[in-house]
Design a protein around this ligand. Sequence first.
Ligand SMILES: *Cc1c(COP(=O)(O)O)cnc(C)c1O
Length: 376
Amino acid sequence: MIKEEIFVTKPYLPPKEEYEEYLKYIWESRHLTNNGKLLMEFIGKLSELMGVKQCLPMSNGHMALELMLQAFGLSGEVITTPYTFASTTHAIVRNGLTPVFCDIRESDCTMDPDKIEALITEKTSAIVPVHVYGMPCDVEAIEAIAKKHNLKVIYDAAHAFGETINGRNVAQFGDASMFSFHATKCFTSIEGGCAVAKDPDVMLRIYQLQNFGIMDEENVVFVGANAKMNEFQAAMGLCNLKHFEENTLRRKAVVEHYVEKLEGIEGLRFFDYKSDSVTFNYSYFPIFIDKDKYGLSRDDVYKYLLENNVHARKYFYPITSEFECYKDCGFKGNVSVAKRMSECVLTLPLYVDLDLEIVDDICDLLRNASAMVKKS
Ligand SMILES: *Cc1c(COP(=O)(O)O)cnc(C)c1O
């Protein structure tokens, strides 16, 4: 039994004085939202980090995705993955589009490029893959298919902030990407998110859509929403950006500790974080439990950890295609791998200041649970 309750994540907060510096400025300027100076500064720093010409931080990641899809003027069907957070599928459906679910790869839980083409019809307008857990999709294969069929690729990159693929920031792939800066994500502006699109016309539409579709004082050109980032969020983003690199290293140490301690436990699988092509942000540590080999089911392990004060989470279970709200929609797609992975996954606690001794304790629990059932 671990003495304190351990949650799957704990938001990082910067030293209070650093945030207070920005608060001083906000109090002096009395500029709270609508293109404040801190937001402008945040945009500059983010664009630089991501190596993109334009980006737009917004109130949250979900609205960034929803409005981004709207900005592309998509219609008909969108090929996507059900192995994700509710937001991805909701953003598609709330745009009046029909999700067509593509199965995932067992190796990294991202969309399986070999299964995309069979799902393309004359109604397909885009592909919305997810860099789930910060595992980058096979961007080359996906974008080659999209090019061949003249489809947009819009990534849900909510988990992938700061990562690079072959030396290029993940934000540079596809037609557009959405990042989430929610408190539970590896980089946070309390609530928040960011839209990145290559086409400046699309970027302008996103900008107008997140401010009620207003073009100027007398012209409203789109049925927009309100998804602007305020100065308090931008200030938190600016503070946290300064600590992003060191925080990533600290999470990396936690992940490496997990890997070292869990290696060799029969029936437990986790991702390989050694890669020549990808730099990870180490946001999540999912494990996949093979009941036959490990001796306990995912749900048994979940309960056992909880009894010992460890709040692991079933990210991502159930898959979005099984949500009650989509039950009677008849959305298409054979997603047997996604379903199987969602039934055996458990995401373990991982955050910047997670004590390595607690990681040891969690790993001991996982090792002993299996040993105990095998003995009996
Ligand atoms: C967190 C998340 C979102 C939504 O981001 P918010 O900032 O919480 O609105 C979308 N997609 C995925 C995969 C996420 O994990």
